[in-house]
Design a binder for this molecule. Structure first.
Ligand code: CAA
Length: 259
């Protein structure tokens, strides 16, 4: 797949996506969002892709936010359209994907950049990374789901503090408050993300997808427990379930087929 602002490649069933606008600190302009929407749809539809790792080019920034230069003269209608479009085709599309997405945060994750990382199912930060939602410094609020997802991840009090102060926190602080799953050195960032997906790859694909859907439901839907019950029930109909139980009972390694 050839893109202007992204580099993407599949290695051993993992899709690696690098946002590649290093001079603009990988800020999300319209073209980048369109390309992201396209590559996410590809990941979702392609059975060879078992997980996705999303990172930014260089060592300075993961993504420094939405491209401020592009929306400087927007009105309310255009602002709403920007947020709705982005949320629908990129941020929600990642969160609702049946494949696990890991954000490998290689530097600044600010505004729309942190929102992109929070839409992913897991986050790993390089030790020098800085994270924050500085939109109020621009007279804005987060528009790509940040008010919701930050609250879900760190709780209401911390979320309000971070958003209203526009504070930037270190990777270590982000780990402490549960905003990221791990912090590692820059050199180990992609290695750690790959290790996690290599574990997930060995598990039953349909169960992994049911688990993501059910965990999402816990925070996004009132009836999350009902969704979990229904997804749990559906797992029993799969060949993978039968294979998994048979392998356990017969003390052998399971061979999942995703059916
Ligand atoms: N949009 C557009 N360009 C950006 C950008 C952004 N979000 N962030 C950085 N850049 C550009 C800079 O304009 C600069 O370009 P030029 O060389 O052409 O001037 C280049 O990237 C390098 O940036 P700096 O010179 O500013 O680098 P620095 O090391 O001095 O500072 C920084 C780094 C602290 C991350 C700083 O760039 C910064 O504060 N960026 C903006 C962060 C921000 O406010 N993000 C939120 C955006 S709004 C949003 O995301 C809305 C939403 O929720 C939908």
């Amino acid at each position: 797949m050839a893109y202007q602002n992204l580099i993407s490649e599949i290695k051993e069933n993992i899709l690696y996506i690098t946002i590649n606008r290093e001079k603009a600190l990988n800020a999300l302009n319209r073209d980048t969002l369109t390309e992201l929407a396209d590559v996410i749809a590809f990941a979702n539809e392609n059975a060879d892709v078992r997980g996705v790792i999303l990172t930014g080019a260089g060592e300075k920034a993961f993504v420094a936010g939405a491209d401020i230069k592009e929306f400087s003269d927007y009105n309310a209608e255009q602002g709403e359209e920007l947020a709705r479009n982005g949320q629908h085709h990129v941020f929600n599309a990642i969160e609702r994907s049946s494949k696990p997405f890991i954000a490998a945060i290689n530097g600044f994750a600010l505004g729309g950049g942190l929102e992109l990382a929070m839409a992913c199912h897991m986050r790993i930060a390089a030790s020098h990374a800085k994270l924050g939602l500085p939109e109020v410094t621009l007279g804005l609020i987060p528009g790509y789901g940040g008010t919701q997802r930050l609250t879900q991840l760190v709780g209401k009090g911390k979320a309000i503090e971070l958003i209203t102060t526009a504070g930037m926190i270190s990777a270590e602080e982000a780990l402490k408050i549960g905003l990221v799953n791990h912090t590692v050195s820059q050199e180990d960032l992609i290695i750690k993300a790959t290790e996690i997906l290599n574990l997930v790859k060995q598990r039953a694909p349909l169960a992994v997808s049911a688990a993501i859907k059910s965990v999402n439901a816990a925070v996004n839907e009132v009836n999350g427990y009902d969704v979990e019950i229904s997804e749990f029930g559906k797992c029993f109909e799969t060949e993978d379930f039968k294979e998994g139980v048979s392998a356990f009972i017969n003390k052998r390694k399971s061979l999942f087929k995703g059916r």
